[in-house]
Design a protein around this ligand. Sequence first.
Ligand code: MN3
Length: 198
Amino acid sequence: MAHELPALPYDYKALEPYLTEEILHLHHDKHHAAYVTGLNAAEAKVAAMVEAGDYAAANAVANDLAFHGSGHILHSMFWTNMKPGGGGEPTGDLAAMISNQFGSFDHFKALFLATTNAVQGSGWGVLAYRKMDNALVVLGAEKHENRTQSGVTPILVLDVWEHAYYLQYKNVRADWTKAFMENLVNWDDVAKRLAAAK
Ligand code: MN3
């Protein structure tokens, strides 16, 4: 059962002017597609190792599963975490949890942006739900799979690899993350993901 690249839930031009058609085409059709291919290749290697009883490649394959698997999962979330005419503030249970945990939406936003902007090199800003104590956690992931916390479910992810913004925002990552939060984030999708995680 091979993984497939999911279609975008909107047109490639739909997120302009905050995210260009060119970036979205390259990011979805080339970069995300490569993680799908990588994950399928890694899972095929797992099957081949088990079939042959030869586990010499197990460590390399585990690395590929973490990298390409996380890349596929995070990008699949990322597309639905955005929508044309997004931004604003969450409502309902998500808004209440954010206020309870971080003091206010503005405090959360400042923390999320600071954490995301400070990720060294390629990575993601992540808001995750931790079922163990019914909490929200703000994380800054490196690459796709590093510097996370076990046992949490990401509900909002923001790609800050250079491929996500450099053609439009050049070296000013903070302009990209601000545009995402103010004009693209789909809080309805984040709320749905929180409810599902609970
Ligand atoms: Mn990416």
